[in-house]
Design a protein around this ligand. Structure first.
Ligand code: ABU
Length: 923
């Protein structure tokens, strides 16, 4: 009995030992490696599970039990690895690439020899997948999603049952299209798995015309990256990070208020249910805050559980597998019934299928090798031939697994559907599926949005044009309309009264040009106020061009005609000093030439400007404003239209310099001619004042308008008022005196000869008269000399009865009319009254005038003899007889015989013996 017992014990010892060692391995020990080394009937594979780490994906917690279930099922299956057992030698990598590499070396450099390796998280799989080729080892991963692992050159012996993370990207893009999100941001942990996923996503978005607003990276602290997202107004954000970092990110999302109705987050779908409420010890957010921040987020995840209740290759359905796994996990202490799942629970079918696919591949390889009379035991780390056999077998693997059909693509990755879930009422609800191969989105329509509608991908920027206030525009238009009307009336006035002396001597044509220019300036006020309210944006450049032309040419006409007048005045006065007075006269055409030259300069500059650098509409933008209706999603972007061209400054510089110099020169000329009064240009002083006014207003307006150019109302009001004020004041200065003249003297006699425009003959006649005037002046001078002489002689006379007698009786003077009474009588002496002399002088001048000295008039004579105009008018036609050396004129002594007769009070009735007082009455 004892022998039998010992035989049984001996027979079962290896198995018992194996069981113990399996248990030890499952507890993290690798002690069984050596124990089973010599067992020819055991095939060893190495496993590297992420289980107890604190960062990355610790999916080994559920995947390692799943792998052990698979191992048991493989070993139970009589059709697989017939006569052999499959053994898994494993250790924990903590999802740390360094530790993962150490575990791998430990597995490889310690017996037993491993035929294949099983990998976990991406960052460890990257290390071992790259190195495994050196040992001719095939690596199969159940938990690596990194797209980088699909690179066959870098990972030539790598397979995975876990789909590449890129399978999420077409789903994400499809959702973006579905909800009209064309601007998204990416927040990623700095790990290769996420970097390569986001690169792929970026490319796919680009292909669909979706803009990647920003890609924010973080290593371990996402606070700055989240703040950057807020700064950039990211609304739709794809988050790529492991779950422990996801908690940090969520906390930052809460703190930065990047949740709620205006934001939507895409998270990775393989976080376990309730991930956002667990392990919050090291975070500054409460469970409630995390819930609030997580509400409504979307997840995408490759389908990891076979959805059909079909029998799989291992002889169980996915549901049966789930039950067994749940039992196992419950036995391991997880509260599965309380919805508490270990990490990697979702990927557990992948781990199960990974073991199954390894077993299938080894099975096929063994068959292949047996055909070649080889054994799988011949495999060494330098045996490429067997490694290739295993590789080929893996490549050809296809079976129904608990995660769905297991087959590997060209790049060694699984092809799978993706599941779309949303966190609704704190539980993940499946809202759709997406088949990336057929591009088919099955939508359940169960999604819920915090604001009742999908958030927008950006703040809606409502551009609003800053426009000139309607009231201001209409007021200015009315005033300038009034200005245009006034100009038209003044044009008619000039036409009607151009033959009047006052108008004729002020160059009516020149005044008309001023009026036309003023009208153009008034029109420019309308153009300055035209903005987006009245003009389409594609028509705005035409308004810009019209503004430049109308204002520029209008200024040249209005100011130019005034300038040319003052210029002529200056020329005439300076000429008069150097040339004979006869040569000083106004040539009207010279005035017109100056105005035309100014307009031509404008036309040239504006044409070149428009030809080579046309104006366009430029928008100036201002800081965003919140709309009054407080819709968080809308911001108002105030914009102001400006006229601009590529070299606007240069063109404006040229025009402003030219007109500025003209203004300065006009100011100088006005100052120079301020006290000159010419009959030929009788309004030159008023024109000078007008030029002062234009200069001052332009000097103030130009810089102020530039300063307030961003304030449409101030800018328009200022420039319009300056133009209107300039024009009205100039018109008033030039025309009010003329209107007054017409009003005060409506019946001014108009000589028909004066109606005509001066001809060449007129000019010659004028010169002739000027020459005659010169002669007359000379004659007058001579006469004055003579008068002087006579006065002297008279002073020597005695009063002889009713006659003045020369002491030597050689001269006899008999004064007639009023002038006769001006001889003052004195008892002792007899002297000539100065009034008589002035009377004689006045008469002499009158005679000169009648002889053709046109420049002589009452005014002139009055100033000459320093008497009032009334006095001259009353006396210069009084008769007087002057008899010298015995000669006597006709009518002497007859008071009415003098030319022009005698006015009342000074008539011929005045007697010779009347007193001085009665003579004084005559003055
Ligand atoms: N589903 C888990 C993926 C983990 C990783 O790629 O590292």
């Amino acid at each position: 009995m004892a022998r039998r017992w010992s035989a049984v014990v001996l027979a079962t010892l290896p198995r018992m030992l194996l069981l113990v060692l399996v248990f030890l391995v499952s507890s993290g020990s690798s002690a069984m490696d050596i124990a089973v080394e010599d067992d020819e009937r055991v095939l060893h594979i190495g496993g590297i599970f992420p289980i107890n780490g604190t960062s990355g994906w610790q999916g080994g917690q559920a995947c390692q039990p799943a792998a052990m279930l698979a191992l048991a099922d493989v070993n139970k299956n009589p059709d697989l690895l017939r006569g052999y057992r499959l053994n898994l030698v494993w250790n924990d990598s903590l999802c740390d690439p360094g530790l993962g590499a150490a575990v791998m070396y430990d597995l490889l450099y310690n017996a037993p020899k491993k035929l294949m390796l099983l990998g976990g998280c991406s960052i460890v799989s990257t290390t071992i997948g790259e190195a495994a080729r050196m040992w001719n080892l095939i690596v199969v991963s159940f938990g690596s999603s990194s797209p980088a692992l699909s690179d066959r050159k870098r990972f030539p012996t790598f397979f995975r049952t876990h789909p590449s993370a890129t399978v999420h990207n077409p789903t994400r893009v499809e959702l973006m299209k579905k909800f009209g999100w064309s601007r998204v941001a990416i927040l990623q942990q700095t790990e290769e798995v996420f970097i390569s996923t986001s690169e792929d996503l970026e490319q796919k978005c680009k292909d669909e015309g979706i803009e990647i607003l920003t890609r924010q990276n973080f290593l371990s602290d996402p606070s700055e990256a989240v703040k950057n997202l807020k700064r950039q107004d990211a609304r739709i954000v794809v988050g790529l990070f492991y779950v422990n970092q996801a908690r940090r990110v969520l906390c930052e999302i809460y703190k930065n208020e990047l949740y709620g109705k205006n934001h939507i987050w895409f998270f990775i779908g393989w976080y376990e249910n309730g991930w956002h409420e667990r392990n919050l010890e090291s975070h500054n957010c409460t469970k409630e805050q995390m819930r609030k921040a997580a509400a409504g987020h979307l997840t995408t995840e490759a389908m990891m559980w076979n959805q059909d209740d079909v029998m799989t290759a291992s002889g169980i359905t996915a549901k049966q597998f789930k039950r067994r796994l749940d039992m196992d996990l419950i036995n391991r202490g997880y509260d599965i019934l309380g919805d508490e799942y270990p990490e990697g629970y979702q990927e557990a079918p992948l781990a199960y299928d990974a073991i199954w696919s390894m077993a299938v591949a080894l099975n096929v390889t063994m068959e292949k090798l047996s055909e070649k009379n080889q054994s799988i035991h011949s495999f060494t780390y330098s045996n490429k031939e067997i490694a290739d056999e295993i590789y080929n077998a893996m490549n050809a693997t296809s079976f129904m697994g608990v995660s769905g059909r297991v087959a590997f693509g060209q790049d060694g990755s699984r092809i799978a559907w993706t599941k779309i879930e949303q966190l609704i009422d704190n539980t993940y609800e499946v809202i759709g599926y997406y088949d990336g191969q057929t591009k088919n989105l099955s939508w359940r329509g169960k999604e819920q949005w915090v604001g009742g509608k999908p958030p927008q991908d950006r703040t809606i920027i409502r551009s609003e044009l800053k426009m000139v206030s309607m009231g201001l525009f209409i007021s200015m238009c009315c005033i300038s309309g009034l200005g245009i009307l006034t100009s038209l009336i003044l044009l008619c006035f000039t036409c009607c009264y151009k033959h009047r002396r006052m108008l004729r001597m002020s160059h009516p044509t020149c005044n008309n040009i001023t009026l036309v220019g003023a009208m153009m300036c008034f029109i420019s006020v309308w153009l300055l106020g035209l903005d987006g309210r009245y003009v389409r944006k594609d028509h705005f450049p035409y308004v810009c061009t019209a503004r430049a032309w109308v204002l520029s040419v209008g200024f040249s006409l209005a100011y130019g005609s005034m300038f040319s007048k003052i210029w002529r005045v200056h020329r005439l006065t300076t000429k008069a000093k150097t040339e004979s007075k006869a040569a000083v006269h106004v040539n009207p055409w010279k005035i017109y030439v100056i105005v035309s030259a100014l307009v031509v300069v404008d036309i040239i500059v504006l044409s070149v400007w428009q030809g080579i650098d046309p104006m366009y509409r430029k928008l100036e933008t201002f800081p965003f404003l919140k709309p009054a209706d407080t819709d968080d999603d809308v911001r108002i972007l105030p914009q102001l239209e400006h006229c601009d061209s590529n070299h606007n400054t240069i063109w404006l510089g040229v025009l402003y310099s030219f007109k500025g110099l003209l203004l300065i020169f006009g100011l100088f000329l006005s100052y120079e001619t301020r006290s000159i009064k010419l009959d030929k240009i009788n309004d030159s002083r008023l024109v000078g004042m007008s030029i002062y006014n234009v200069f001052v207003l332009c000097v103030i307006t130009a810089p102020v308008t530039l300063l307030v150019s961003s304030q449409q109302n101030a800018s328009f009001a200022f420039s319009s008022l300056a133009i209107i004020f300039c024009c009205f004041l100039s018109m008033a200065l030039i025309f009010v005196p003329k209107i007054m003249d017409v009003v005060q003297n409506p019946n001014e006699r108009v000589d028909s000869a004066e109606h005509s425009v001066p001809t060449r003959e007129d000019e010659e006649r004028y010169h002739k008269l000027m020459a005659e005037n010169e002669d007359m002046q000379k004659a007058i001078s001579e006469k004055e000399e003579k008068i002087k002489e006579l006065r002297k002689k008279i002073a020597d006379k005695r009063w002889c009865g009713d006659q003045l007698c020369s002491s030597d009786s050689s001269t006899r003077l008999r004064a007639g009319g009023c002038c006769r009474h001006m001889i003052r009588q004195d008892s002792t002496s007899s002297i000539i009254d100065p009034t008589l002399v002035d009377c004689i002088r006045a008469n002499a001048y009158r005679e000169a005038m009648e002889d053709g000295a046109a420049f002589i008039d009452v005014n002139w004579v009055a100033s000459r003899i320093t008497r009032s105009e009334d006095w001259v008018a009353g006396n210069w036609r009084r008769g007087y007889d002057f008899v010298a050396d015995g000669q006597e004129k006709d009518g002497a002594g007859d008071s009415t015989s003098g030319a022009g007769g005698v006015p009342d009070g000074c008539g011929g009735g005045a007697r010779e013996d009347e007193s001085v007082n009665s003579v004084t009455r005559c003055h």
